[in-house]
Design a protein around this ligand. Structure first.
Ligand code: FES
Length: 574
């Protein structure tokens, strides 16, 4: 391998030459108190930091950025911290998904416009993970991801609480009249007790694990709880490693190959991971020029057993997973399903990284002969209701509903659903299929996590806890239930979901991967002819850019002009 020399560094163009511009760059760096010994001839490492006081999952990132810097200094690099928009899932509306591509663009352009040789990406809360990887892939400078890590377990009256999953569970009990305000208040106090990401196998844990399997983190990084001192040491080690990656010129496209994406998908499936991972991994693969589509997802899912006994599909939380050996041990259990020759950020192959990793608790990481499910957690459905596909997390659904036909109860949008769902006169039975329209990439906009429609209150009081629900929305990775999601094309642009009327019979056949609207073609054609396209929701700014360029769920919801594409020239330095 040819190692770079200082004059090969990208930053050399800014600092190392003898002209007026370089004088300005050096003198202005000195303005910040740095001497030429601090930076001259050294790899300049961007620490792209998504810290924000509107993002509790990243509350520790100021400290972690300092710990990364320590590693960069130790290894002979020059660290610089670059703040980027923080997509905090709990507080941003209508959904962070609307802004995933904005953070991806920001990451790419921060790296391009500045004298950067390599990047450490600090992210973790759901969309920050794919966004930063997408941007880094497009810029294609050496980069390593430092996941925020899961928060500690929640506690309430001796019970363990899991992010998201237990919110939905206890909210249903409250609506059913089984939980008083005092208990509800105690759950609010106990469910989020440290910094870090959701500690169920939600989207954040799924994506962090997938990115580790992809090879973009240090081995074992994704399982470490945020508040564990091992997390700090991992951050510092990532700082040391990125300096070497620059000298080695180990770039994202060297790591993020088609085979590496198959590893990421397989791992997400084996963990019973979030449905959101489908959209994100397809978008990430698109940036890296790797081929990945819904059918490949389904094929990989069918052959991959779910071996992580983690909520919402299973029983345990990320802290338990870490103590049981974490992702390295889980990957070692499915090593025969992985491409072990893929190179990873530490310069070793995946096979070397997981060699000898042991499982310490067989109830958390299950043996192959008794998995949670023989097949991976996600299935791709098709039919006249979803010509371009839909997905279901069947491991988190009531098995009795996975093959079901029933009359549709249609809500034309979220507000309609919220206004009527608990109406005692709502004409629903446990057999009804709840349909939510206009919640997709353009309809939401941003495809909010509305796909786990609440079970109507009158059915909750009858003891019903799951129903078939269908939408073009996403759902939180911590959610559960028989929820068909990501229906494409979406209703807002004229997809068949928008033509469904209350009373139509819908048939879900998960084993056969079918989703069918039992309405004659002639009647559907009549409804289509009468359909009036809605107006774009955000008529200016980033919302309008999103509306004009976002792709549908089966394509990953990236902007069409960011997917794959040509190499952008390096900026001129005048
Ligand atoms: Fe940030 Fe779940 S809200 S990871």
């Amino acid at each position: 391998m040819r190692r770079k020399k200082p004059e090969d560094l990208r930053s050399h163009r800014w600092y190392g030459v003898d002209n007026l511009r370089a004088f300005g760059h050096r003198s202005r760096t000195k303005q910040m108190g740095f001497a030429s010994e601090d930076y001259a001839g050294k790899p300049i490492i961007a620490i792209v930091n998504t810290w924000s006081e509107m993002n509790p999952c990243h509350a520790h990132f100021r400290l972690r950025a300092d710990e990364v810097k320590r590693g960069v200094w130790q290894a002979g690099g020059f660290p610089v911290e670059l703040p980027a928009i923080s997509l905090g899932e709990p507080l941003m509306k209508p959904t962070t998904m609307l802004y995933r591509n904005l953070l991806a663009m920001e990451t790419e352009e921060l790296l391009r416009a500045n004298p950067i040789d390599g990047a450490v990406l600090l992210g973790g809360c759901d969309k920050t993970v794919p966004a930063m990887i997408m941007g880094a892939a497009s810029m294609n400078l050496p980069a390593i991801f430092v996941p925020a890590g899961p928060m500690l377990r929640g506690n309430w009256r001796g019970a363990v609480l899991g992010s998201g999953s237990d919110v939905w569970k206890y909210w249903a009990e409250k609506r059913a009249g089984n939980l008083d305000d005092e208990a509800w208040g105690e759950i609010e106090d106990g469910i989020a007790r440290s910094y870090g990401t959701c500690m169920t196998m939600g989207t954040a844990s799924t994506m962090a694990s997938a990115v580790e399997a992809l090879g973009m983190t240090l081995p074992g990084a994704s399982s470490i709880p945020a508040a564990d001192s091992n997390h700090s040491r991992m951050a510092t080690a990532a700082g040391r490693r990125i300096v070497e990656m620059v000298w080695e010129d180990l770039k994202p496209t060297d790591i993020m190959t088609g085979a590496a994406f198959e590893n990421a998908v397989t791992v997400a499936m084996a963990l019973g991971g979030s449905t959101n991972s489908i959209i994100h991994l397809i978008a990430m693969a698109g940036r890296a020029g790797a081929k990945l589509d819904l059918d490949r997802f389904d094929a990989l899912s069918r052959r991959t057993p779910v071996i992580a006994n983690l909520r919402p599909s299973g029983k345990y939380l990320m802290e338990d997973f870490y103590y049981a050996g974490g992702l390295r041990a889980a990957m070692a259990r499915i090593a025969d399903l992985l491409h072990l020759g893929c190179v990873t950020a530490n310069g070793q192959t995946l096979g070397v990284n997981i060699d000898g990793a042991e499982v310490y608790n067989d109830d958390v990481v299950l043996p192959r002969e008794r998995p949670l499910s023989q097949e991976g957690g996600l299935a791709v459905l098709r039919g006249n209701l979803a010509p371009d596909g839909a997905v279901i997390k069947h491991t988190a659904a009531d098995p009795k509903l996975l093959k079901h036909a029933g009359p549709a109860m249609v809500f034309r949008d979220y507000n309609d659903m919220a206004a009527r769902i608990d109406d005692p006169n709502l004409p629903v039975t446990p057999e009804s299929v709840l349909v939510l329209q206009n919640a997709g990439p353009l309809g939401g906009p941003g495809m909010p996590e509305w796909g786990m429609l609440p079970v109507p209150q009158k059915l909750l009081r009858q003891g019903v806890r799951d129903m078939v629900r269908i939408s073009d929305a996403r759902m939180s990775g911590t959610s559960y239930g028989t929820c068909v999601l990501h229906v494409a094309p979406e209703s807002f642009i004229g997809g068949p979901l928008g033509l469904v009327q209350t009373g139509d019979i819908i048939e879900l056949d998960t084993p056969a991967r079918g989703l069918t609207l039992r309405v004659p073609d002639a009647e559907l054609a009549r409804r289509r002819a009468a359909w009036i396209p809605p107006k774009v929701i955000y008529p200016r700014g980033f919302g309008l850019l999103h509306a004009r360029h976002v792709t549908q769920a089966d394509k990953g919801c990236d902007f069409d002009f960011l997917h794959g594409g040509s190499v952008v020239p390096e900026p001129e330095i005048h």
